[in-house]
Design a binder for this molecule. Structure first.
Ligand SMILES: C[S@@+](CC[C@H](N)C(=O)[O-])C[C@H]1O[C@@H](n2cnc3c(N)ncnc32)[C@H](O)[C@@H]1O
Length: 468
């Protein structure tokens, strides 16, 4: 009998968790039938309750740990099983699990059966590294199993429960952000709980005021931005929060209020009120200085950002006379990092404010051979929008968002005839798909490096060199 027939929804079975699947669930197999194990970590033998059974896989929840994992490590986080189970694995094992996930994506989804990573650049600083945090205000606090029935759940300031858009886990501290972030979190909560006017916004009913508390840290410059995102414009109402934060946290160098009246669950405001200091903070990567405003994209780990950009530079192996394209350039940090080592670099990006930051950052760093173009890269090249004066590239760097490249872009890229393509990605599954297309068009994988930008979280960053 097929083993999957023995696995029934509602039954309890014994499983050995073998690895961590992309996204963070434990993965166990019964012969070839895959069971994703919620709360299971690699190396554990567990009893698990099957709550979902589909044709090709099942999902189960741990009911009892029979044998603990040899890779288990004590987590600093009081909610690690909700936020990221990776935190309960030793850092070495976290890297091994991510390595397996990347190799699995390229071997299985991309069809590169011999694929192996050439290098893994683990982080030296595995706590207090994140330079941006976005905490959500909510009138719907997630109630923990340990809490008594009927407990007040009408206020939370914290993080989204994975897979749930409607509930927020209230957090007192988060160890991946700098310590000062925890102090700000605690002050903000205290002020809001003691002021009836400062009500959290409810996206279901479109009622309430406070939406997000966003913090940006210049971890290399000691600058600190607080961005309070509200559902409407009312600075007077915000004043108890503003005054207390400015009085008790002298480290704040910038405070802004983004106003987002739309229902969309995003921290981007329709407009921004400057409350204190500058409308941006400065941060450094290598020798370069960047001005970052509240809504600009910037790598969230400044320490490993430098390692990432060095890996890109290494893959590019520059002589000094190259024309380089930086596609999906954001605020232009890759382009600017390479500019001094190439003839000319062209950044392409769809968000206008990011391009403005990129232009400004070239001026601040006295770089005059970096040019930035507004482009929707889904269709830009295929529909021949590239201005004639832009020379053909020797090297193309692509760093698309998680969804990867649009098929019209990945299918067109080889027509640019670059000697090298360097594919930077925060999602190995979409990267594997896109690289398969590049490989069908004559580009082969020459080198693949994983840079861990996100210790204790399931996120992965890759730098891959391809050439003909
Ligand atoms: C992962 S970020 C790149 C960050 C940048 N390379 C850096 O290191 O700071 C992806 C960027 O792609 C941009 N983007 C997303 N879709 C795009 C599109 N269709 N055309 C152009 N840019 C796009 C986003 O605005 C974002 O800045």
């Amino acid at each position: 009998m097929n083993d999957s027939v023995l696995i029934k929804k509602g039954s309890e079975i014994e499983l050995k968790v073998e690895s961590l699947a992309f996204g963070g669930m434990g993965l166990a197999k019964i012969d070839d039938f895959v069971v994703f194990v919620k709360n299971g970590i690699p190396g554990q033998r567990v009893n698990a309750f099957i709550y979902k059974k589909k044709k090709g896989f099942a999902e189960a929840r741990v009911t009892k740990i029979i044998d603990e994992s040899p890779y288990v490590a004590e987590s600093k986080c009081g909610h690690y099983w909700i936020c990221s189970k990776l935190q309960s694995l030793s850092y070495d094992q976290q890297l091994k699990e991510k390595e397996k996930q990347v190799e699995d994506a390229f071997q299985r989804l991309g069809g590169f059966s011999d694929f192996k990573l050439d290098n893994i650049r683990g982080a030296k600083q595995i706590y207090n590294y994140r330079n941006k945090m976005e905490f959500t205000f909510s009138p719907h606090r997630w109630i923990l199993e340990s809490e008594p029935e009927g407990v007040d759940s009408s206020f939370a300031l914290g993080l989204h429960i994975p897979g749930r858009y409607d509930k927020i886990l209230d957090v007192d501290e988060c160890h991946i952000q700098p310590e000062i972030g925890n102090k700000i979190l605690s002050i903000a909560k205290d002020v809001c709980l003691n002021n009836r006017e400062l009500k959290p916004y409810d996206p279901k009913t479109n009622v309430g005021f406070l939406r997000y508390l966003m913090l940006r840290f210049g971890v290399k410059t000691d600058q600190l931005m607080v961005n309070i995102v509200t559902a409407y414009d009312d600075i007077n109402k915000l004043s108890p929060l503003i005054d207390t934060l400015l009085k008790d946290v002298p480290e704040i160098t910038s405070m802004v209020n983004n106003v987002n009246t739309r229902k969309a669950d995003v921290a981007y405001g329709e407009f921004e009120n400057l409350i204190y200091g500058n409308q941006y903070i400065e941060e450094k990567i290598g020798e370069l200085k960047f001005e970052i405003s509240a809504n600009s994209f910037f790598q969230t780990n400044s320490y490993q950002g430098e390692v990432l950009y060095e890996e890109i530079k290494k893959a590019a192996n520059l002589k000094g006379d190259e024309i380089v394209y930086d596609l999906y350039c954001g605020t232009g940090s890759i382009a600017l990092y390479l500019a001094r080592h190439v003839k000319e670099v062209y950044g392409f990006e769809v968000i206008r404010s990011s391009l403005e930051n990129a232009e400004k950052n070239s001026v601040i760093n006295k770089i005059d051979n970096a040019h930035f173009l507004k482009a929707n890269l889904d269709t830009f090249f295929k529909s021949r929008q590239l201005p004639r004066k832009v020379p053909k590239p020797d090297i193309v760097i692509v760093d698309p968002p998680r969804a990867g490249m649009h098929p019209d872009m990945s299918g067109y890229l080889h027509k640019l005839k670059a000697d090298k393509i360097i594919y930077v990605s925060c999602n190995p599954t979409t990267q594997a798909r896109d690289v398969q297309i590049l490989s069908d068009n004559g580009y082969n994988i020459k080198n693949a490096v994983m840079v861990d930008m996100f210790p204790h979280t399931p996120h992965i960053e890759m730098v891959m060199l391809l050439s003909k």
